[in-house]
Ligand binder design. Structure first.
Ligand SMILES: *[C@@H]1O[C@H](CO)[C@@H](O)[C@H](O)[C@H]1NC(C)=O
Ligand SMILES: *[C@@H]1O[C@H](CO)[C@@H](O)[C@H](O)[C@H]1NC(C)=O
Length: 192
């Protein structure tokens, strides 16, 4: 009589719990494996003109620091376009342990209608040679204020053929769909 055998029923119930646990885990894993990835909205394509690295590189406390001046360029997208100003640089770092370069930039954009936008980007070189960037925007312009609240990424391509005394690179930028693309101010008397 199995029911009266404490050892047998113990093993049986242990087995039952194992199977139950496994089923729950599998269900949970299946559930976690399939969240819907967020969609992206195109922000712009930006061309940046850069000078050569100014640093006489050596390994410092954070790695091998660069100082690559960003001296011009342009950007164009469905909601904003304009010029890259000659004020900024990429103070990127190369990790001496991997030789992977990570961008660390600050620069300014001026839109065709005169708004100033401060940009900060960072992110590593990836196996295919591009860089993957996080992009953060800051502006006081009411018209472009929504840029302060987007979550944006970029794919950077280096080594484009250049017509001037600079290196040309390209950043294609997107932000998460569902982010703001306009701003409703609480104080409606602020001009947009
Ligand atoms: C933006 O810069 C790229 C690269 O220099 C150039 O080919 C393109 O014509 C420029 N676009 C505008 C609108 O100036
Ligand atoms: C709304 O904006 C106007 C114009 O800038 C300003 O004079 C006013 O004080 C603001 N009101 C509030 C409640 O912030």
């Amino acid at each position: 009589m199995i029911a009266s055998n404490p050892f047998g029923s113990g093993v049986f119930s242990l087995f039952r719990y194992l199977v139950l646990g496994l089923l729950i885990q599998t269900a949970a894993a299946t559930h976690h494996a399939s969240p819907k990835p967020p969609k992206l909205s195109f922000l712009y394509t930006l061309f940046a003109e850069c000078k050569s690295d100014l640093m006489h590189a050596g390994t410092g406390p954070h790695g091998i620091r660069a100082a690559i001046p960003i001296v011009g360029g342009n950007f164009s997208g469905p909601h904003l376009s304009g010029k890259v100003l000659n004020v900024g640089a990429d103070w990127g770092l190369t990790d001496p342990r991997t030789k992977i370069f990570s961008a660390d930039t600050r620069y300014n954009l001026r839109t065709d209608d005169g708004a100033d936008i401060f940009v900060q980007t960072s992110g590593p070189q990836v196996p295919d040679g591009h860089l993957h960037l996080r992009m953060v925007f800051e502006t006081a312009s009411p018209r472009y204020y929504w840029l302060n609240n987007i979550v944006a990424i970029g794919v950077l391509t280096t080594g484009l053929p250049s017509t001037g005394d600079f290196n040309l690179l390209r950043i294609d930028g997107w932000h998460l769909a569902g982010d703001w693309d306009s701003t409703q101010f609480v104080n409606s008397s602020v001009p947009v």
